[in-house]
Design a protein around this ligand. Sequence first.
Ligand code: M6R
Length: 369
Amino acid sequence: EKDGYDWFMLKEIAEQPKAIADTLLGRLGEQGQLVLDEVRLSDQELRDIDKIFVVSCGTSYHAGLIAKYAIEHWTRIPVEVEVASEFRYRDPVLDRSTLVIVISQSGETMDTLMALRHAKEQKARVLAICNANGSTIPRESDAVLYTHAGPEIAVASTKAFLSQIVACYLVGLFLAQVRGMKYEDEIAAIVDDLRKLPDAVATVLASMEEVRALGRSLADADTVLFLGRHVGFPVALEGALKLKELAYIHAEGFAAGELKHGPIAVIDQGTPVVVIVPSPRSRESVHGKVVSNIQEVRARGARTIVIAEEGDEDVVPYADHLIRVPRTPTLLAPVVTTVPLQVLACEIADTRGYDVDQPRNLAKSVTVE
Ligand code: M6R
């Protein structure tokens, strides 16, 4: 059932273009509008929303962090993102005009379920983004948008994660559409970009042999750091989580701008630092700032592993290893930049001789608080 792949995880990484395409299927109209009839909240309810919380755990939490950038930008509705185990116990301010989006691959994560019940008690509207049909979380939610990633067997989430990000984009654009926050042609242009994502991911996958070789050369690392800005920051967190989960290597993700506020002190001769570089077309020169960050860590001895868009020549002088990804609009970039990090973690774990699909101490679905 692994279809010739050594691990379910590798198979699931390879299935990502299809997972994304299936999650988009039937939800994009011919005129480039969003068709989300399954989201059973009335237009009036959607117009009344004045605050959004995105609540989830682990990798699904990282999807929520990415969602914040897109949903706030497209809808101007304030979005807060929180891990479910914290949200539930701090008495968050919720009412009828709050939308709580819970994200869960399995639909059975206890922390997320308890957060959802708390939100409902406070009369908030709850929308689930879930991969498992008929599981508890969508059953208890007011509305559900299923990701169609198909069954995910490996404990480490990959194709479900990319599908969750895409589902969040759909929710954000749908809200913008219903609330009249964007012109039809603006939405249609973003929808066009969404349609290109499966091919973009396929392009990344086609050049993964180099990344696997790089992974083998990193297998002895004690610590790996991940840096990103803007939507690249949650991608950095996800890259670090994958590496911890699978390879049992200490890994941390940082907002690149935080480097000089502390983390730069841990960089030593040869410390691998993975940097997710924003597109040179991104707003307010975050690109230039990240290029400076690469220079800074390299000057302190880091071995730099740089993930940058095709055609970005500014990073070349400072990259010990350069991983290219296709040009993608800034807000959608996490869908492509995450892929090499998944492959890297998988290959490092395999080289160290670990069971990639069933890492120690972890379960696929965490049904206790
Ligand atoms: O099924 P869920 O999406 O609710 O699971 C949440 C986390 O437990 C999950 O993402 C976990 O972090 C994975 N092992 C990540 O690879």
